[in-house]
Design a protein around this ligand. Structure first.
Ligand code: ATP
Ligand code: MG
Length: 373
C-alpha cells in the first residue's frame, strides 16, 4: 500500500502558498485494511476514510464513469489494482492532478507543474465534460488565482462552451451551484468567477438577468466594491443581484436556493434602491425615512440594516448615496428614542406607540433637515 498527497495541497505547495487542508490517496489497499488500521469510513458513495489522529481524508484510488446526468450519475470503481495515474485521470484540472509520495517524489502525468508555471487552468481529459460542476470549479480557481495571473486556457474554454451548449449546466442541482457560488464570492477576485461563467455561457443559465453588458458590469462593480469593504456573503450576493427588480430578484434568489439571509438582503436591496433614488437629497421627508426604517425592520434587525446600507452604498450613484446618508442619519436619530423614558412619562398602550413614532419623526426631521449638497 502507498499513500500520496494529492490535489490542492500539492498545487498550493508548488505555488508557495500555505496549505490549508490535505487530501490523500491510497493505492493498493482495501476498505477492510483501512478499517483495521483504525481509519473510519465516511460517505457511502466513495471509499473515503478519516485518519484516526489527523482526521485528514484518505481516499482509496478510484476511477469514475459517467452514467446518465447529475451528481449520482457516476459509477465508481475502486480496488487495489487501480493505479495512481488512473485516479489522477478522473480529476478536473491538470494543476489539481498531481501527487506527491511520502518519499517526496512528484507524480505529474498531465504536466500540471508546467501549467502552474504558465498560469493556465487546463482540463485533464475529455472526461471533464462528465461533470458540469467542473465549470464552476474552474471559474472559482480562476477567481482565486487571478492575482497570480492564471487564466482558463483556450481548449478548456472551448470545452466548457460545448458543455453549456449541450445543456449540461441545467442538470446541476441548486445546492451544488450555491456551494460553489458561496465560495467564489469570497475568492480573491470574485468578479472573475462570473466573468468566466459569462464567457462560456453558463451565466445565461444560472443568472440570465445579467445577460446585458451594462447590467453585468454594474453588478460586477458593485461586487468589487463590497469585496473591497470585506462584506459578508449576503452583501456580496445582494451586489450580484442588485440590477434586478425586486420581484425578479426574489424569484431568482429563491430558485438558486440561497440561504435565507442572502435571499432577504438581496430582495431588500432591490426594493430600497429605487425608493432611495427618488428621495429628495436636499431635504428628504422624515415620514418617508421613518417608513423606510420600519420597512427594513431597523429596530429588530440592526445588523441587517447595516448590511443593507453597505450594499446600497456600493450600488447607488452619488445622488443616491447622498440620500442614503440621510437614511443613515435618520437611523441614528431614531434609535435615540427610548421607550422607557416615555413609559415613565405615563404613556402606555396605543398612546405609547404613537408617542414613540412622533418622537422618532421629530428627531429624524431635526437630524436630516436641510442636508447640504
Ligand atoms: P481547495 O484549496 O479549495 O481545497 P482543492 O483542489 O483541494 O482546492 P477540493 O475540493 O478539496 O479542491 O478537492 C480535492 C481534489 O479532488 C481536487 O484538487 C481535484 O483533484 C479533485 N476534485 C474535487 N472535485 C472534483 C470534481 N468535481 N471533478 C474532478 N475532480 C475533482
Ligand atoms: Mg482541498
Amino acid at each position: 500500500m502507498q499513500t500520496y498527497l494529492v490535489g490542492g495541497a500539492v498545487r498550493d505547495e508548488l505555488l508557495g502558498l500555505g496549505v490549508k487542508d490535505r487530501d490523500w490517496v491510497v493505492v493498493g489497499a482495501t476498505p477492510e485494511q483501512m478499517l483495521t488500521r483504525g481509519f473510519t469510513q465516511v460517505g457511502s458513495d466513495f471509499p473515503v476514510f478519516l485518519h484516526p489522529k489527523t482526521h485528514e481524508e484518505y481516499a482509496l484510488a478510484r476511477t469514475e464513469r459517467k452514467q446518465g446526468h447529475g451528481y449520482h450519475g457516476f459509477s465508481v470503481y475502486s480496488a487495489p489494482d487501480v493505479t495512481l495515474e488512473e485516479d489522477l485521470l478522473r480529476r478536473d484540472l491538470t494543476i489539481n492532478a498531481m501527487a506527491r509520495s511520502e518519499q517526496g517524489v512528484l507524480t505529474d502525468p498531465f504536466n500540471g507543474k508546467k501549467d502552474l508555471e504558465s498560469r493556465e487552468l487546463r482540463h485533464v481529459s475529455e472526461a471533464f465534460q462528465e461533470d458540469p460542476l467542473r465549470i464552476l470549479r474552474t471559474a472559482r480557481f480562476a477567481a482565486r488565482f487571478q492575482p497570480l495571473g492564471f487564466r482558463v486556457c483556450t481548449e478548456t474554454m472551448v470545452l466548457m462552451r460545448s458543455m453549456v451548449a449541450a445543456g449540461e449546466v441545467e442538470h446541476l442541482v441548486p445546492e451544488r451551484v450555491w456551494q460553489e457560488i458561496q465560495r467564489a464570492l469570497h475568492e480573491h477576485a470574485p468578479g472573475t468567477f462570473f466573468q468566466v461563467l459569462r464567457d462560456c455561457g453558463a451565466l445565461d443559465v444560472l443568472i440570465p438577468e445579467l445577460a446585458s453588458e451594462t447590467d453585468f458590469h454594474a453588478a460586477m462593480n458593485a461586487l468589487h466594491c463590497v469585496h473591497a469593504n470585506n462584506g459578508s456573503t449576503a452583501e456580496r450576493y445582494a451586489a450580484v443581484l442588485s440590477r434586478l427588480d425586486e420581484h425578479t430578484c426574489k424569484a431568482r434568489a429563491k430558485a438558486m436556493k440561497a440561504p435565507n439571509d442572502c435571499q432577504q438582503l438581496a430582495r431588500l436591496a432591490t426594493a430600497f434602491a429605487p425608493v432611495i433614488r427618488q428621495l429628495d437629497p436636499v431635504q428628504p421627508s422624515a415620514d418617508t425615512l421613518l417608513e423606510l426604517l420600519e420597512k427594513a425592520d431597523f429596530w429588530r434587525r440592526t445588523e441587517r440594516f447595516s448590511q443593507l446600507t453597505h450594499v446600497l452604498g456600493c450600488t447607488l450613484d452619488p445622488a443616491g448615496r447622498h440620500a442614503l446618508e440621510a437614511l443613515g442619519k435618520a437611523a441614528i436619530a431614531a434609535s435615540g428614542v427610548d421607550p422607557q423614558t416615555l413609559i415613565k412619562q405615563g404613556f402606555s398602550g396605543k398612546e405609547l406607540g404613537e408617542a414613540i413614532r412622533s418622537e422618532r419623526l421629530a428627531r429624524i426631521a431635526q437630524a436630516t433637515c436641510c442636508t447640504p449638497t
